[in-house]
Ligand binder design. Structure first.
Ligand code: NAI
Length: 781
């Protein structure tokens, strides 16, 4: 036999990792686990078994938390919170660093325990899950250290409820706990019912590290325990990772409660291979994209889009590679594909695949272990974009595929999904890659690589993949609030009066939609009275059809998002100039409507604000993250899209401009619902817009009761975010309606904002008006 023949025929021998230490740890704990509350484990109670999905063996028995357990955990977290925050950045950094060190010290134990509990290969837990979890704690020890100097106006939210899934049990715990603790929050975390053991081992580590009692609390159980956390009155924020269906339920359940919320949900991420790609590398990339963790990855490259000229060649290479994938005992170090997490998941994946009759199926050949939740790597080619398997998240080792002809068709197919988490672009042409990346409606783009993640680069998506980011400064922002104390919003009633117009001329201001003054669909209008009871004019009453028309107009103006910051600045300055030219008229109108003499001050503040965002338009830059690869992660700021804003009742001109200017400065199109009691400043402002070169559809202004507009705006599938600075009760309406397409919301929860002061402008607005996209560009040999 020649050497080359030996190489060809050589079989891998088994290279099993020992489970002994991890099993011994379980035995040491008595094999039965309670919760970790206030620094100690509670006595085990009634619950359920945790099993090894690769063998079906029972590993341990876990306790199903009761309402009383959740209450105790929240109470402990509340009690610990202010002391933990007052420890200061450095004090917290020391503790978080200690956690990182201990995670590192016990890395092998964590890696093996994760394999036993989850079924994923040891290669992955050893090289990815556990090192990335450590990295997260190290990174956030650093964040804690820097917070006081870098975020002087930020404070902790309080107690955070965190609910995590089973696909990366320890890593998701790290993503949730590290930033929360860095900022001075305390947490109640619920791991997924299938995979709670590494969270309990982490609790043990917290004890060993001397973390103050109550800072981290872990309760176990199923979705009903998750619901208890979500609805608990004394929790300030919910952070959830899991399915879109549950994410939507959580959005509805927390609506109007004042709880902060971040959702990291599902995906159907495209993996685009162009004809000039290094095809062998692209095949290897796919192994990491869809067979990493058996495809149970929210950002899995599960939708393959191949350039037609190379499709046959690429599929042939891919099938050859698939033939070599090794499925089996996840503790074996030379295994590529382990077990799915649970028979439930196995059934879900099998049923989805069996229900599909389209395309051509290829399955990795060879034997699979007889017992356990193993599912073979599967490729289904020749699907149509509308086929169920091209649209629905399978969350298993199943890759679906179609072809494309041109780059623009690739973009169109890539964006043809409800989700928007990640995308991979494979090409040797940097020009093409960097042209395509910004066009993909996702939070992450990987160029010539895939599934790259790091604590320094925000992770998270758009659309039904959720909102908020984990990692980086963006991630930390999700655990902070401003130190400025807010006062409750005062209700403002419109004035009433009687009689006709003083000069006998009836003036009814129209709506402003698509650059035109438009009659309201319903055909109704209402009088606006001054404080002294005189009639100032009439305004149109907009309804849901007008919202729809405005959305259509805003979508037609999508070219605005592609304009330069410089151009947008010019237009904002021009608006300011034209407002200034009519300043006296606006001041008089504000005084007449509000019965004050503060109109001039408000006009001046509005001009100042327009200047502020003209200034920001070309200065709110992205970043280049120093991620630990040979390459960079470019954090690009992008517009959110179409933003609906319920403008404040008070400061009718300044409030409107404070919403409009940051949004359009960042490239968004807006639908503004004007101050309800004082709408005429907004309708007068239309004339300023008309003379300021603002393209049609970029700014749309509706008048009438905000209560009629809040729900249609929140539910509209083509509005990307809704802000509410209107009446207190609108916050709940907006948050609930936004569950429809999981859009971003920013609402006042009945708290006032000083529109004339610092909180009326600045970074909070810019942040709300942008999405961060991280584009990973590895380079070199
Ligand atoms: P799931 O979303 O039900 O579970 C995730 C976590 O949420 C678990 O800790 C669970 O106990 C908890 N939970 C369940 N119902 C809840 C409720 N009403 N309120 C609060 N918490 C609740 O995910 P599941 O059922 O385990 O998996 C179903 C599908 O979801 C998968 O096939 C996959 O498509 C998707 N999924 C996506 C994940 C991601 O990372 N994007 C992670 C897990 C699942």
């Amino acid at each position: 036999m020649s050497v080359s023949e030996i190489f060809e025929s050589m079989e891998y021998g088994p290279a099993p990792e020992s489970a002994a230490d991890a099993l011994a740890w379980i035995v040491d704990q008595g094999g039965r686990f309670g919760h970790f509350i206030d620094g100690a484990f509670t006595a085990p109670g009634a619950g359920f078994d945790s099993t090894n999905p690769a063998t079906g063996e029972v590993l341990a028995s876990l306790t199903q938390a009761t309402q009383g357990d959740v209450d105790s955990a929240v109470k402990a977290a509340r009690k610990a919170q202010s002391k933990w925050e007052k420890l200061g950045g450095h004090g917290r950094a020391r503790h978080i660093y200690a956690l990182a060190r201990l995670l590192q010290k016990h890395a092998r134990l964590f890696a093996v325990l994760e394999v036993l509990d989850n079924g994923k290969p040891i290669r992955e837990t050893r090289d990815i899950d556990v090192p990335l979890a450590q990295r997260h704690f190290y990174y956030h020890a650093g964040m804690a250290q820097l917070i006081e100097s870098e975020l002087p106006d930020a404070q902790a939210l309080g107690v955070c409820g965190q609910i995590i899934p089973w696909n990366f049990p320890l890593l998701m715990l790290a993503w949730k706990i590290a930033p929360a603790l860095a900022m001075g929050n305390t947490v109640v975390l619920k791991p997924a019912e299938y995979t709670s053991l590494t969270a309990l081992l982490f609790a043990d580590i917290c004890r060993q590290a001397g973390l103050p009692k109550g800072v981290v609390n872990i309760v176990t159980g199923d979705g009903t325990v998750g619901e208890m956390i979500v609805t608990h009155e004394d929790i300030d924020k919910i952070a959830f990772t899991g399915s879109t269906a549950v994410g939507r339920r959580i959005r509805e359940a927390t609506a109007g409660s004042g709880k902060a919320l971040t959702l990291e949900l599902g995906g159907k991420s495209p993996y685009i291979v162009f004809d000039d790609a290094d095809l062998d590398s692209a095949v290897e990339g796919l192994v990491d994209a869809i067979w990493f963790n058996q495809g149970q990855v929210c950002c899995a490259g599960s939708r393959l889009l191949v350039h037609e000229p190379v499709a046959d060649r690429f599929y042939a290479k891919l099938r050859t590679r698939m033939e070599k994938l090794r499925i089996g005992d996840p503790l074996d170090k030379s295994i590529d594909v382990g077990a799915l997490v649970d028979p439930v998941q196995h059934k879900r994946v099998s049923e989805m695949v069996e229900a599909n009759t389209a395309g051509e199926r290829f399955v990795t050949p060879g034997e699979m272990p007889e017992n356990g939740c193993f599912y073979p790597p599967t490729l289904i080619t020749g699907l149509n974009p509308a086929d169920t398997l091209m649209q629905e998240e399978i969350f298993g080792p199943v890759l679906v595929s179609t072809t494309f002809r041109t780059p623009s068709e690739a973009v169109q197919l890539a964006n043809n999904t409800r989700y928007g988490l990640a995308a991979t672009v494979w090409t040797e042409n940097v020009n093409l890659a960097l042209d395509i990346a910004p066009q993909l409606e996702t939070g992450i783009v990987w160029v010539n690589g895939t599934n790259m993640m790091d604590a320094a680069a925000g992770f998270g998506g758009r659309r039904e993949s959720g909102f908020g980011r984990e990692g980086g400064w963006e991630g930390l922002a999700g655990y902070t609030k401003s130190k400025t104390a807010q006062k409750p919003l005062k209700e403002i009633e419109a004035f009433s009066g009687e009689g006709g117009p003083e000069d006998g001329i009836d003036r009814t201001a129209k709506l402003y939609i698509g650059g035109k003054q438009a009659r309201p669909d319903g055909g109704y209008s209402a009088p606006v009275w001054g404080k002294s009871g005189g009639l100032l004019g009439h305004v149109s009453l907009a309804n849901r059809k007008d919202v729809r028309n405005a959305v259509e107009a805003a979508h037609a103006a999508k070219g605005w998002s592609k304009t330069t910051g410089h151009l947008r600045a010019q237009i904002l300055y021009y608006i300011a100039e034209n407002l200034s030219a009519r300043g006296d008229e606006f001041a008089a109108r504000l005084d007449a409507m509000q019965g004050t003499k503060a109109g001039r001050k408000e006009v001046d503040a509005a001009i100042d604000r327009l200047f502020t965002y003209a200034a920001w338009a070309d200065k709110y830059d992205g970043q280049v993250h120093g991620v630990p690869i040979r390459g960079v992660a470019l954090a690009m700021k992008e517009p959110v899209g179409v933003i609906g804003a319920l403008c404040p009742a008070e400061a009718p001109l300044l409030g409107l401009i404070s919403c409009m200017a940051p949004a359009i400065a960042m490239g968004n199109r807006v639908i503004l619902s004007a101050s309800e009691p004082f709408p005429l400043a907004a309708t007068d402002f239309v004339q300023v817009l008309e003379t300021s070169d603002v393209p049609a559809g970029v700014v749309n202004i509706l008048t009438g009761p905000q209560a009629d507009l809040a729900d249609p705006m929140a539910r509209h599938m083509d509005i990307d975010a809704v802000w509410s600075f209107g009446a207190a009760e609108l916050s709940a309406v907006v948050e609930k309606g936004a569950a429809s397409n999981i859009k971003r919301t920013w609402v006042n929860h009945g708290m006032a904002r000083d529109w004339f002061g610092a909180e009326g402008a600045g970074r909070a607005f810019l942040q709300a008006a942008t999405e961060v996209k991280n584009i990973w560009v590895p380079y070199g040999e």
